[in-house]
Design a protein around this ligand. Structure first.
Ligand SMILES: C[S@@+](CC[C@H](N)C(=O)[O-])C[C@H]1O[C@@H](n2cnc3c(N)ncnc32)[C@H](O)[C@@H]1O
Ligand SMILES: Nc1nc2[nH]cc(C(=O)O)c2c(=O)[nH]1
Ligand code: SF4
Ligand SMILES: [Mg+2]
Length: 242
């Protein structure tokens, strides 16, 4: 049976971002990413620094560990990474979770499609703005949104763009104009992923949140949108596993 490279299993905590912000959830973080965003807050999933911590696990083993860590205190699991959309093997893991009555969320950047996207309860696609130094493959993204639309999954889908500057903001406007039918979220970019003082970071990020709200308020393109900080970063700063 094909295995899944896992770096972290943690929770329960709250989903700190996007379409289901505040939802109590467990996290499974997979290793490996086809991108390398300049500001990635989870760079350890792809930069080699946590290579020794990667565990190749079967779906059953991941489920066992979720139960060990989370007990009966959860009914929702978020799969993030790295880019979990690189892993065809997640298909059976998602089935297993849903058979157990668990709802499943997925975080991915929209660079890769998987048929099993159609089963995800809360699918977040987060295309990367210019500040990341990554280049959006628009044809790929069109294809993904198209598949989700054709299969009636848009109610379970959102787009989330992280914003660091005005250029990113203009990119966000372009994304929303291209896919107006998809729920759209703007997220405050954390430009200080090394800060160890959570209160210091929180104050800094709240100032950036205010700036982002001001930009959205002034926009004529971004009207049916939501603007959010990373709630977990406001509370716990750059701490891992929360
Ligand atoms: C670590 S990524 C993993 C999933 C997938 N690779 C992706 O980027 O969507 C999870 C989310 O965190 C966001 N993110 C990463 N670094 C960030 C930062 N420094 N500030 C704000 N959001 C960040 C990403 O844009 C993405 O929406
Ligand atoms: N609490 C919490 N919420 C999150 N939402 C997305 C996360 C991620 O790293 O994908 C994340 C995370 O790492 N922690
Ligand atoms: S796509 Fe996601 S995990 Fe990959 S480098 Fe960018 S933010 Fe990090
Ligand atoms: Mg994170």
């Amino acid at each position: 049976m094909s295995k899944i490279p896992v770096l972290e299993i943690f929770g329960p905590t709250i989903q700190g971002e996007g379409m289901i912000v505040g939802r109590k959830t467990m996290f499974v973080r997979t290793a490996g990413c086809d991108y390398h965003c300049t500001w990635c807050d989870s760079a350890f999933t792809w930069d080699g620094s946590a290579k020794a911590d990667i565990v190749q696990m079967t779906s059953d083993q991941i489920w066992q560990q979720l139960k060990e860590v989370g007990g009966n205190q959860f009914d929702h699991v978020t799969i993030s990474g790295g880019n979990p959309a690189l892993l065809a093997a997640l298909d059976i893991f998602i089935d297993l979770l849903q058979e157990k009555g668990i709802e499943v969320a997925l975080e991915t950047q929209g660079s890769q499609y998987q048929q099993w996207f159609l089963k995800i309860n809360d699918l977040t696609i987060s295309p990367k703005p210019p500040s990341s130094k990554m280049k959006t493959n628009w044809e790929k993204l069109d294809y993904i949104i198209d598949q989700l639309a054709i299969n009636g999954r848009l109610a379970h889908t959102s787009l989330k763009v992280v914003i660091f500057d005005r250029e990113d903001f203009q990119y966000a406007e372009k994304v929303h104009q291209r896919y107006p039918e998809v729920a759209f979220f703007l997220q405050v970019g954390n430009d200080d992923v090394e800060e160890v003082d959570a209160q210091q970071l929180s104050r800094h990020l709240l100032n950036k949140y205010e700036w982002l709200i001001d930009q959205v308020v002034a926009s004529t393109v971004l009207n049916r949108v939501r603007v959010l900080p990373q709630v977990h970063a406001l509370i716990w700063g750059n701490k891992r596993g929360v």
